[in-house]
Write a protein that binds this ligand. Sequence first.
Ligand code: RNT
Ligand code: ZN
Length: 446
Amino acid sequence: MTALPQNPTPKKRARAREKTMTDANRKNLYEPAREIYAEYGVDTDAALRALKPLSLSLHCWQGDDVGGFERPDAALSGGGLQVTGRHPGKARTVDELRADLTKAFSLIPGSHRVNLHAMYGEFGGKPVDRDKIGPEHFRGWVEWARESGLKLDFNATCFSHPLADSGFTLSHPDRTVRKFWIDHVKGCRRISAGLGRELKSPCLHNLWIPDGSKEVPVDRGAARLLLKESLDEIFAVEYSPVQMRDSLESKLFGIGSESFVVGSHEFYLGYALSRGKLLCLDLGHFHPTESLADKISAILLFAPGLVFHLSRGVRWDSDHVVVLNDEVQAVTEEIVRAKALDRVQLALDYFDASINRVGAWVIGARAALQGVLYALLLPETKLREAEAAGDGFRRLALREEARLLPFGAVWDRFCLEADVPTGGRWLDEIARYERAVLAARGPAIS
Ligand code: RNT
Ligand code: ZN
């Protein structure tokens, strides 16, 4: 029997009324905001137009604590990565993960990408080792992405595997172990090219490996030479940039690789620039006092583009949820200033199991977009004039004044145009999803 259309409940009617009122109030704030910004020589309409085409790459691994689908109870192990927290409701199946991603995207303005890891394939309940995976394991993702209007990015998974337990993969002294990981990464690049071809958007294949050691090694050079050779072997296969592009991600240290990381910043900077590959800078992978923002204008003079893993380092952890902090602002400011929005990819990379996981996605994605919008709304012309005139006082004071401009009204406008909730109303959406969907999920299916 077909269900008859239901009259909205009083509660639903009140909610709809509240939505219209809030939206109207917020819409009214835009015009005055626009005028205030104009006094500073800032065109808010132009800023909104510039932000609109920006696509973030949302990391699938926030949805299930970096577990993946290789086994029913798969969990993150090794690689110097750690997820903490026991918030209930994590995605246990590919359908649950896709439902959660869909919910997150409904609360993030704009059209975006999903960043997959190799261990998130659909393996049909059969064990498929990493060196044997192929495009057939990602058909479901392609179909879902196509239906959802999303594009896909990809990552080889060189951790959570017995052959990574030694702490070395592509730089392992044993050729058999190296070969296993070389084959895995080769397969992942092939899968990436397929995803890019099918979805008509170049798929970014990012490579991060955990290789390194707890103690100071005697021969750092040997491991780096092996990594260089493994990479050359992997990249001997070329793909069209229309289908896929490669990026390489460095790290300063990890848990268990405190004294030595083979794939350091200098290693990958040299490798990427000499081989025409992209460099991936993760905000949590540098010394806390080192400015990642400062690297942008230098690297972009020599590289075709840059990839960012937006994250937040807190003490030992490099993967807290992204918020709109000084670092994110400094990075987005430098990207905008370099007019490089179309040459960078902003990908999110963090894992928090202590709070609602869908909400964690949305916090980070909205913060990243807000960072870019904030940068687009800086009184750039006036700041440059002050700098050119050698007026340091004015330059500093203008930056402080800029903090008080009605940024929120322009952000709300962006959300309204994209038809996603303004202000804090998305918090209630998350709470509803938690009650209706996440709370019904039991422990991991085994
Ligand atoms: C690890 C890197 C890497 C991972 C993901 C899961 O330190 O940041 O990007 O977070 O591949
Ligand atoms: Zn990263």
